[in-house]
Design a binder for this molecule. Structure first.
Ligand code: 0O2
Length: 232
């Protein structure tokens, strides 16, 4: 829908009741509030784990955390794409990325370190793991995707809420955000030469990840030897 004028014409032509639509959208927004609480829970957990890691190992596995709630329009479109009737119940049942967290880190090893830490949390259940690092998408997309469930305690009782966590390196994230923009700029049909350049760029990003890890390992070895020499 390009403009409010178009929206108005669409509503008038299709006999839609604006009041009903607005009420329903509000109902959707209110039903989705629980996902905000789930994001608060997971963000606090990740912040504590990152600070503890820094304190004990002098290393920060997490560079950056971003979270978002999918807007009702996006949820409705995804339900429609998957062939489910558009209801709040179906959204909660079939759309697993209503609440999403994206974690970026420096090295590929950090990704699996974060995954292991999350998996060990007693109150978190890992429902699904999609490893697009071991099995990249044909376009070159790499990332580790988890669907977890986390308990949220309300005055009415506890509810398990699903959250999608995407974990990737800074290089993978750089690639994915540009690819996402290009994908939508060309309305999902990207010209072949750009697809091929994007694949090359994904390979280059992976090369950078491998190289940076090698340099870090060399620095770690150098520091350990240095410390031992001081002890002798
Ligand atoms: P947005 O706006 O990013 O939230 P499923 O949810 O399992 O039923 P889906 O959606 O194919 O099916 O799951 P998948 O493969 O785990 O991908 C979900 C999300 O991963 C996408 O969300 C993107 O954020 C990201 N993603 C997956 N593939 C690509 C890719 O090729 N390029 C980029 N840049 N990102 C990708 P959404 O729903 O597309 O929207």
């Amino acid at each position: 829908m390009e403009s409010v004028k178009q929206l108005k014409t669409y509503i008038e032509n299709n006999n839609f009741n604006l009041h009903e639509i607005s009420n329903e959208l509000n109902e959707w927004k209110n039903s989705l509030i629980i996902y905000n609480f789930a994001l608060d829970e997971i963000n606090t957990k990740l912040k504590i784990l990152n600070e503890e890691f820094q304190f004990i190992h002098n290393h920060n596995p997490i560079e950056h955390i971003k979270s978002r709630i999918k807007d009702p329009k996006g949820i409705m479109q995804k339900l429609h794409r998957k062939g489910y009737p558009i209801t709040i119940e179906n959204a909660k049942k079939y759309i697993h990325d209503i609440a999403g967290v994206r974690i970026t880190c420096s090295f590929i090893s950090d990704i699996y370190e974060i995954y292991n830490i999350i998996e060990k949390q007693d109150d978190i259940k890992v429902i699904q793991v999609k490893d697009y690092i071991q099995n990249p998408k044909p376009n070159g997309y790499k990332s580790l995707h988890l669907i977890i469930s986390i308990p949220v305690f309300l005055s009415t009782g506890m509810q398990e809420v699903l959250v999608e966590i995407q974990i990737r390196t800074i290089a993978m994230d750089f690639w994915a955000s540009l690819e996402h923009k290009i994908y939508y700029k060309f309305d999902k049909s990207v010209p072949a030469h750009l697809l091929s350049e994007l694949k090359d760029a994904a390979d280059a990003a992976h090369g950078l990840d491998v190289k940076m890890k090698k340099i870090k390992d060399s620095v770690d070895i150098f520091q350990t030897i240095g410390k031992n020499q001081t002890l002798i």
